[in-house]
Design a protein around this ligand. Sequence first.
Ligand code: AHR
Length: 537
Amino acid sequence: MNASVSETTSASVSEIPSASVSLSAFVRICADNIISPIDDRLYSSFIEHMGRAVYGGIFEPEHPAADTQGFRTDVSEQIEKLRLSHIRYPGGNFLSGYQWEDGVGDRAARPVRRDLAWFAVEPNQVGINEFAAYCKKIGIKPMMGVNLGTRGPQDAANLLEYCNVESGTYYSDLRRSHGYEEPHDIKLWCLGNEMDGPWQICAKTAEEYGRIACETAKMMKWMDPAIELVACGSSYRTMPSYGTWERTVLRHCHQYVDYLSLHQYYQNSDGDIPSFLARSNEMDSFIKEVAGICREVKQEKGTAHDVFLSFDEWNVWYHFQKAGIEPEKWTIGRPIEEEVYDFADALLVGSMLTTLINNADVVKIACLAQLVNTIAPIMTENNGRVWLQTTYYPFLYTSLYGRGTALAAEISGPVYDCAAGSGISYLDCAAVLSDDHTFLTLFLINKHLSESLQTAVSLPGFTPLHIAEHITLAGFSLNAVNTADASPVLPVTNQTVAGQMADGQMASDRTDCRLTADRLEISLPAASWQMIQIAIM
Ligand code: AHR
């Protein structure tokens, strides 16, 4: 069992609260119905110079757990468990006013500036070098952004030269003079951030951005042909220019970029939970629409080059805004957007992850936004404790067990209508076949708030052996939260003592979950998230 899994509480199945069983669903997962291999970068996150994400989050030199560079090891331990592929940095909206040179060289000599994106003071004590070294230490790659708000192509090329050229040029030698002999070799770059948003420092029209993205991309790829570039899509699906923006930008820069970004945060501002939980369907439509535009432009251009999707900001985001909290401006680590996530939020995060897996053919990068303190699964107290939000757990287990190849999960079962749409399936499911073909892992969410779902999963083409892991988040009130003092919302590792195959039947001591020679039968409690890893032959 993975070390992270042992953190979960254990309980027998009978201890899990269950509702009356009156609904049933059927899922078919066929071994040859392949969506796509899942790109490891689907499990990435984001740290912006925003709120206490950096100062007071990952970096707090005065903290007893800080390493010699000032980074909190108690925080990095929780990050490491998530097995992230990449961390997007340094923004976000912050990026559009950032002058990267402020954050390199002698720390004592670095300028202190006003950050106009978040009305905070930026001390520049963490910059490109410290962040790249931090990522290297914890085994994660940086996904770096270039400022296309106040700056442009030349600065982007300079930064790339600083990061990736070994030596013998002005910026590579400057890096070496700053104590970093080895290039950072950063291969994934964002061409600005949300450039369509009026809130953005130096926002642009689609034409303006398309042109500058094209010219910046050309220079960057000439500087280092091995990099990959992400162009900005719309800031969210309901932006007035959504669709037109994507087409216009891609018409300008299609041949020079590799990914187009999508951003989306969902809110539960009116307490309508069924509609809130249905938002993963909207995410699915959003992905399919943007993928369609990428295909259209590809066809228009008559090229073999594909532009895939980078869903590089996704999450739930609303409580903090609703509370109307307005921390004092012009402070370092201004504590903005410190959401406290509840159990309903964890369910939607789980569903959004299944949506990403089910679209793994087009979504190659996805960043949970963000990682520490600011709309984040990991929280810290200044000079104090670190604690984990409800949303940490579905992300953790999907990242740990959702690697391999996505298989189509054909669902037939009950649906509901709500403000967010009609015909919404109560059941969400994603299926992942491990690369060595020894495990089939299912992620299952029952969105029904009061009824359990009796679910039969048929597995044609597989020979199931036994259930290797079964982790559940269920039985909590929808508004239950974790805090620094108490963590009631914890996953449960269900005890499985699977028997051996006998007369074609798989014995199991489970009451809610039964594996036979060709199917899994499971009762999914109302409002629940589950991960079931089945050993297969
Ligand atoms: O992630 C928080 C903010 O949300 C980012 O800075 C911005 O890109 C988005 O609007």
